[in-house]
Design a protein around this ligand. Structure first.
Ligand SMILES: [Zn+2]
Length: 291
């Protein structure tokens, strides 16, 4: 599943290839791709045709592209996209053959490359939503700004984290507290901070919170850099595999391999119906909590 760095790579590609262009036509090949546009497919098409994308933004794993009308004035709406499990946004020459799982196609008045939404499993989707005054669409407003965003508030995050009565990994995955951190990056950040995911948030010291946040930022930044290096500028890249960064994972998916820091075999534990990976030496389990 695409995580924050992969979606950020897509955002950059969209900013480069789509911003400033006017949509000539919209074709929806599968209604499920626009199911979140509650007024229906025809309304979705009408809300986009003749409009221009003015920017490419991201909130968590959502992309949102504000729209302007033919006069250049903002429409107060934005195209909102989520890639789900397998979604891709591709910039393709009009002559390129259709992808098997093509769900929507945008052509542009300049006759140049098309924007295509391709999604094998169709968990992703597109919708046009209100975005008054160019602000983030209200449906996304509850998603916390992520630590790659310059506006991320370190003090507010630290205070909110320590107020929670939960396990630190659950808190990292809570999109209302910190945006865009999925299972892989949570495990990697916890390893960097030397914290077991079951540590209670309200017992973390300020120093531990700071180390955790550094871990999150570093791992996301490095993953983004990897996505950036392999980013083919003509292909708005997301492969859904967290592919390029996988070579650099210290603990995630590394069960029984040596910890890169201390050599202790990495352990795998089940957590929220998934797996958590950690180093038993660097990330000792917390003592049992008071009854
Ligand atoms: Zn270790």
């Amino acid at each position: 599943m695409p995580e924050l760095p992969e979606v950020e790579v897509v955002r950059r590609g969209l900013a480069q290839w789509v911003t400033g262009r006017t949509i000539a036509s919209v074709e929806v090949a599968h209604p499920r791709a626009v199911r979140r546009h509650l007024e229906g497919t025809e309304h979705f098409v009408a809300a986009l045709t003749g409009r221009a994308f003015t920017d490419a933004n991201r909130r968590g794993k959502y992309l949102w592209l504000p729209l302007a009308g033919p006069d250049g004035a903002p429409t107060g709406s934005a195209l909102v996209g989520h890639l789900g499990m397998s979604g891709q946004l591709l910039v393709e020459k009009p002559s390129a053959p259709d992808e098997t799982h093509l769900r929507a196609r945008f052509t542009f008045t300049d006759g140049g490359r098309e924007l295509r939404f391709v999604d094998q499993r169709t968990f992703g989707g597109l919708a046009v939503e209100d975005a008054p005054d160019g602000a983030v669409p209200p449906r996304l407003a509850h998603i916390a700004i992520d630590p790659l965003d310059p506006a991320f508030d370190v003090d507010a995050f630290s205070a909110a984290l320590r107020r929670r009565h939960t396990e630190v990994k659950r808190a990292l995955l809570d999109q209302t507290l910190i945006g865009g951190v999925g299972n892989i990056y949570a495990d990697e950040a916890l390893w960097r901070a030397g914290l077991h995911g079951a540590r209670p948030t309200d017992r973390l010291t300020r120093g531990q919170v700071a180390a955790l946040l550094d871990g999150v930022r570093d791992v996301l930044g490095e993953a983004l850099a990897q996505g950036g290096t392999s980013f083919d500028s003509l292909y708005v890249d997301v492969n859904g595999q967290s592919g390029y960064f996988s070579r650099f994972l210290a603990v995630y998916g590394q069960a029984d391999r040596p910890c890169p820091r201390c050599g202790t075999p990495i352990r795998r534990e089940s957590f929220m119906n998934r797996s958590s990976y950690s180093c038993p030496q660097c990330q000792p389990r917390p003592r049992a909590r008071r009854a």
